[in-house]
Write a protein that binds this ligand. Structure first.
Ligand code: SAM
Length: 222
């Protein structure tokens, strides 16, 4: 589990992040707030940028990718309504930070990243913090991760041009999929709930993510 907050000099910055960026902006799920108070976000950022990890914006990591803004992580995870017995898929591991937040809330987390170098460093970050309930994989998450399906919740941390059918298929009945959908400039975060085998789609709010690159995402630049 996460580092001991008593001995963590970043605990005050993290507490301020939770109160001013999350609670004050309407994040109400106490389990999500407590998880984000526990996970040492700075340890997922480049070491020259530890302080920036608690600021109100995404943080640049390797491969020109980002750790999502704290509010966006909280809003996505809250919308996914993760329960303690849930099996969760995260698409877009990046640094491993959001996977750690999910691991605080769920029984098991599978996460998939297209860049091997990011997946490997996320794996190291998560192992260093003793998150034993996260499995990091490398591949095209626009196709989901069928070998571990079905999932109670799927959280996609990159923007798709449309909702990938493969992800809906890998949701359990009553499962929740949270995914940004739109073009490369702007998207809407969507909540998809599977009821009687059918997807019920609810747009939540505007957002801007890096693109989901893959078979059911945007195609890589040639
Ligand atoms: N959740 C991450 C974190 O906490 O650090 C941040 C994710 S970042 C905003 C989006 C990630 O999605 C990038 O690391 C990117 O490489 C990855 N990605 C994009 N397309 C993907 C795909 N088809 N399959 C898996 N990962 C993908």
């Amino acid at each position: 589990m996460a580092a001991n907050p008593e001995s963590d000099p970043y605990a005050p910055l993290r507490h301020a992040m939770v109160e001013t960026q999350l609670r004050a902006r309407g994040i109400r799920d106490e389990r999500v707030l407590a998880a984000m108070e526990r996970v040492p976000r700075h340890l997922f950022a480049p070491s020259y940028n530890y302080d920036a990890a608690y600021e109100d914006h995404p943080v640049l990591i390797a491969q020109n990718q980002t750790i999502s803004q704290p509010f966006m992580v909280a809003a996505m995870v809250q919308a996914a309504e993760i329960k303690p017995a849930d099996v969760v898929l995260e698409v877009g591991t990046g640094s491993g930070y959001q996977a750690a937040v999910l691991a605080e809330l769920a029984a098991e987390v599978f996460t998939i990243e297209r860049f091997a170098a990011l997946a490997e460093s996320a794996q190291r970050n998560l192992a260093h913090l003793n998150y034993a309930n996260v499995v990091v994989t490398i591949g095209d998450g626009s196709e989901g991760l069928p070998q571990y399906a079905p999932y109670d919740a799927i959280v996609v941390a990159a923007a798709a041009p449309r909702i990938p059918q493969a992800l809906v298929e890998q949701l359990r009945e009553d499962g929740r999929l949270v995914i940004p959908v739109g073009n490369s400039e702007e998207q809407q975060l969507h909540l998809v709930q599977k009821r009687d085998g059918m997807p019920f789609v609810q747009p939540l709010f505007g957002c801007k993510f890096v693109p989901l690159i893959g078979r059911y995402g945007f195609h890589p630049a040639t």
